[in-house]
Design a protein around this ligand. Structure first.
Ligand SMILES: [Zn+2]
Length: 155
């Protein structure tokens, strides 16, 4: 596919975010991270297992009318480290970038340890150090390896 085709495909939404190069099969987890379950009326399109030179298969998510926050991009990077984020305004790509794995994610994941200080009614934000094979709570050392989306704090 040529760059121009790519551009046309990406530009089909008027305003919003296109998340490209998500590892095949992770699109639904990306939606979970973004809190998109279809009830808010957001217009979302999902393409799964598209052929990709880089990844073999990739998923693509387009979210109309919404630009991702840095927090959202940070968590996204944990399950879709190769993803590219395209911000679309008025059918144009105004911003294009790869996600970067942060060294720490703060206030976005819930510690699974019920005795952890961050899960009590204390004004303590969760802090997880990001490693190669999971994230580690900086307060109680609990490690989350799988199913990160299930640990995302509700807004
Ligand atoms: Zn903890």
């Amino acid at each position: 596919m040529s760059d121009k085709d790519q551009q046309l495909r990406v530009s089909k939404i008027q305003n919003g975010t296109v998340i490209d190069h998500i590892a095949g099969g992770q699109a639904l987890n990306v939606l979970a991270i973004l809190g998109i379950d279809g009830t808010s009326g957001d217009s979302v399109s999902v393409a799964m297992n598209m052929p990709s030179d880089r990844l073999g298969h990739k998923d693509v998510v387009k979210v109309e009318g919404r630009e991702l926050s840095q927090d959202e991009v940070d968590v996204l990077s944990l399950i879709a480290p190769a993803a590219t984020i395209n911000i679309i305004r008025d059918y144009d790509v105004v911003e294009k970038g790869r996600v970067e794995r942060p060294s720490v994610v703060e206030g976005v994941l819930e510690c699974p340890n019920h005795n952890c200080i961050t899960t009590e009614n204390e004004p303590v934000d969760s802090r997880f150090a990001v490693g190669d094979d999971g994230v580690r709570c900086e307060y109680c050392d609990t490690i989350i390896r799988d199913d990160l989306p299930a640990h995302i704090l509700a807004e």
